[in-house]
Design a protein around this ligand. Structure first.
Ligand code: C5P
Length: 223
């Protein structure tokens, strides 16, 4: 496959990460998890005592951490100042703080630059997943996909990932997801939004294998 650039956006729990990794593996492409980068900068801020609800303090600190993203879909590690942050960035504390940090324009400018340089350096092509890839980061991507799913399906998938299987966990997860999506969709700088030329795929009734098959076909037709 030539150096195709694929942008996969959508809200949390739509299967973006699993789909993006599987599509990249199937087609021999690199993979970039941009949410992990926003989580990494958020984790660094929390660890270094930056008040994450203070946009000025977040902006002032946004250039400090050195974030390096792995692009192997089989093992997409991320490091911050040389230390592996793949585990710490998935904590609830980071999840609760990430939307405030990612809404700060200085943070977005810095992480967007990083994303563009990684995509430009991926000689064999890349799948980039996030919220604003098709609209802002890579508006000339060869294929843009926007994944959706019902709030119930998203909450139950995310809850399964968190290994909390009872009903209260699903409803707590549902509330948290909706709150994060509202924050991500309503921020001023590059909000979560479907690009006009993106193909929308509703994954509510589809298995992961079906979504992957659908996106692989879309990539093959676009390349
Ligand atoms: O994809 P994930 O749930 O790990 O993303 C974490 C958060 O990072 C999102 O809720 C959003 O605030 C932010 N994000 C973003 N733009 C992206 C990817 C993620 O603002 N391209």
């Amino acid at each position: 496959m030539s150096a195709v650039i694929v942008a996969i956006d959508g809200p949390s729990g739509t299967g973006k990460s699993s789909t993006s990794k599987a599509v990249a593996s199937a087609l021999g492409l690199s993979y970039l998890d941009t949410g992990a980068q926003y989580r990494a900068i958020t984790w660094w801020m929390l660890t270094n005592g930056v008040p994450v609800d203070d946009a000025e303090a977040v902006a002032a600190a946004s250039g400090k951490p050195v974030i390096v993203s792995g692009t192997d879909p089989a093992a997409p590690a991320i490091s911050v100042d040389g230390a592996d942050a793949s585990g710490p960035i998935r904590t609830q504390e980071v999840t609760a703080a990430v939307s405030a940090v990612s809404a700060v324009p200085e943070v977005r400018a810095r992480i967007t630059d990083l994303q563009r340089s990684i995509a430009a350096g991926a000689a064999g092509g890349i799948v980039v997943e996030g919220r604003d890839i098709g609209t802002t980061v890579l508006p000339d991507a060869d294929l843009k996909v926007f994944l959706t799913a019902s709030p119930e399906a998203r909450a139950s998938r995310r809850s399964g990932e968190l290994k909390g299987k009872d009903a209260s966990d699903v409803s707590t997860t549902r509330e948290a997801l909706i709150k994060r999506d509202q924050a991500d969709s309503s921020r001023k700088t590059s909000p979560l939004k479907k690009a006009d030329d993106a193909v929308e795929v509703d994954t509510t009734e589809l298995s992961l294998e079906q979504v992957v098959e659908c996106v692989v076909t879309l990539v093959e037709n676009a390349a």
